[in-house]
Design a binder for this molecule. Structure first.
Ligand SMILES: [Zn+2]
Length: 177
């Protein structure tokens, strides 16, 4: 976790959970790179590539492939209507080739869902790095949608939704991490 993506939007009224006013709730939080981007040596990073959407990482002589996507959660008492973890997913070589082939195709949302692994630690009690993720590509210009496909608190929150209070908490946990 090395960067937050700021976006300010104020919730109005006092929070039913903590009776405080949550201002400056960030509807999008996340990481600007896969966690392992910072774990490799500087020399390896120089041989690697990082764009806002894709990361090709040289790691101990291996080439690893990552895609950034949006892990969305409904907000039960928004605005905002949706909270987004903007995070990275590691794909195998074959899947990445498929994504690359389709990336600029206007029909890229038609690619079948792809399986990957979450490549960022998020502030949950159980580790999130390595969680199974299903990637659904969307039309060009829209980040792929990520669905947690194994049992975890992150999956539960994605399915059931989160409160504005919880988003504020996630934001402060992320800053402390
Ligand atoms: Zn609150």
């Amino acid at each position: 976790m090395d960067a937050m993506i700021p976006a300010g939007k104020s919730a109005s009224g006092l929070c039913p959970d903590c009776h405080q006013l949550h201002t400056g709730i960030a509807p999008v939080l996340g990481a600007s790179a896969p966690d392992d981007w910072l774990a490799v040596s500087r020399g390896e990073r120089m041989e690697s590539e990082l764009t806002p959407d894709i990361c090709i990482l040289t790691d101990d002589g291996r080439t690893r492939h990552f895609l950034r996507g949006h892990l969305q959660m409904p907000v039960l008492d928004g605005p905002p209507p949706v909270f987004v973890w903007s995070v990275w997913v590691e794909l195998d070589h074959h899947s990445m080739e498929q994504v690359a082939r389709w990336w600029t195709n206007p029909n890229r949302a038609a690619i079948p869902p792809i399986e990957g692994r979450l490549a960022n630690e998020l502030p949950y009690e159980k580790a999130t790095g390595g969680l199974a993720i299903t990637v659904h590509t969307r039309d060009p210009g829209l980040a792929p949608l990520l669905i947690v496909s194994e049992d975890h608190a992150l999956a539960t929150e994605q399915r059931q939704g989160v409160s504005v209070h919880r988003i504020a908490e996630l934001g402060s946990l992320l800053q402390r991490a």
